[in-house]
Design a protein around this ligand. Structure first.
Ligand code: FAQ
Length: 343
């Protein structure tokens, strides 16, 4: 109903470039040459079916993550400790809805309808980020989610502003600006708690303890197990591997935790001197994290995390309760169209 896809039936008449019969080694070579010289691929350009498929997969998963990602924080809107905190949190959650909508629109340009994407989410066929299957138990979780989850999201998404697919790359520019504000509001909550009473600081530490490992997992499986990375890197959808981004995140995180006076819950965390970046130009090297429990990640992806079922049932309920809005919008659009036709 809402599709803005440029390659759906409406556009079929002039979309010879998109016909499946056109796939040939020559076209694939020319396409790769465009990618190699950093051309942006646009919705109406020829692209291999596999490029379209992987982008549709990634962008729709990303959109679902933004929408499901509203739930853990939405949980705290009515319980924020002050009016200012409430207004800020509300604005952040609304931003996430906006991100979901830009991303659904970007995925639609690849020819998949929004209904299809919603249907896949609501019937558990589509993935969304593992991170949103953990509960937000205390107010400090609003600090930790902003600081760590949005921090991880920015690390992953800034390179996506240079993704080879134009509509996705352009959507990511605004998303990243807003995510930066989200990260700062989360860190500011953590600063306030860490400068507060011992109980408040303990609450901040507890939140960090629960979110640290899931945030490291958020970057995806280790490179050795990442099924899509090689091809996505070749197509310049991905600019850095999962492990490279996880490393950048950790290197930024350690001094931030130190500033707060908090301890990362990682007994094997260690600094390895070497070639790595340094923020102050003095010591070069990287922070190395301990072993990640990849079994926990697999369980979350299999639907067995602490909140998987609750997240999907909340979306199913919202979709059902919103049916009248969709019907009203469709009736209004039909009325507008018939008035226009009669004029
Ligand atoms: N969770 O071969 P790879 C946010 C799946 S937005 C669940 O390495 P790829 C904003 C992956 O899909 C957060 N599944 O895959 C916010 C694949 O399965 P498939 C979302 C995961 O695509 C903040 C399989 O594992 N961000 O936080 C995860 O090359 C606060 C193999 O993996 C994005 O979506 C995971 N963590 O790399 C909102 C960014 N990791 O599809 C509210 C865009 C991997 O074959 C509040 N996406 N999988 O069935 C990406 O950059 C990539 O898709 C990766 C995964 C890096 C997530």
């Amino acid at each position: 109903m809402y599709t803005q896809g440029l390659s759906g039936p409406d556009a079929a008449a002039d979309s010879s470039a998109r016909a499946p019969t056109m796939e040939s080694p020559e076209l694939a070579t020319r396409f790769q040459e465009r990618i190699d010289r950093e051309d942006r691929i646009e919705a109406n350009d020829w692209m291999p079916a596999a490029y379209r498929k992987t982008l549709t997969r990634q962008i729709s998963q990303h959109a679902h993550s933004e929408i499901i990602g509203m739930l853990p924080e939405g949980n705290w809107v009515t319980r924020a400790p002050t009016l200012r905190r409430k207004a800020t949190l509300l604005a952040k959650v609304q931003d996430e809805a906006g991100h979901g909508l830009y991303l659904y629109a970007a995925a639609e340009t690849l020819g998949k309808s929004r209904e299809e994407m919603f249907d896949e989410l609501l019937t558990n066929k589509a993935k969304y980020s593992s991170i949103f299957n953990y509960p937000t138990l205390t107010w400090a979780d609003m600090g930790a989610v902003g600081w760590l989850v949005d921090g991880a999201a920015i690390m992953n998404q800034i390179p996506l502003c240079r993704c080879s697919y134009g509509p996705y790359a352009r959507a990511m520019i605004r998303v990243c600006k807003e995510e930066s504000f989200h990260q700062r509001q989360g860190y500011e909550i953590m600063i306030a708690l860490c400068r507060g009473t011992p109980e408040q600081k303990a609450m901040a530490q507890d939140a960090l303890n629960r979110w640290y490992w899931p945030c490291l997992m958020m970057f995806g499986p280790p490179d050795s197990d990442s099924t899509h990375s090689d091809q996505s890197t070749k197509w310049k959808i991905k600019r850095f591997s999962n492990d490279e981004l996880r490393q950048k995140f950790l290197d930024a995180l350690v001094p931030q935790a130190e500033f707060l006076g908090l301890t990362l819950p990682d007994t094997d965390l260690r600094f390895e001197e070497g070639e790595g970046d340094s923020l102050d130009g003095a010591v070069h090297g990287h922070w190395r994290h301990g072993a990640i429990d990849w079994e926990e990640f697999r369980q979350i992806l299999a639907g067995n995390g602490p909140c998987n079922r609750g997240r999907i049932s909340a979306r199913q309920r919202a979709h059902k309760e919103g049916a009248w809005v969709r019907e009203a919008a469709a009736a209004y659009a039909a009325k507008q169209a018939s008035q226009k036709a009669a004029a």
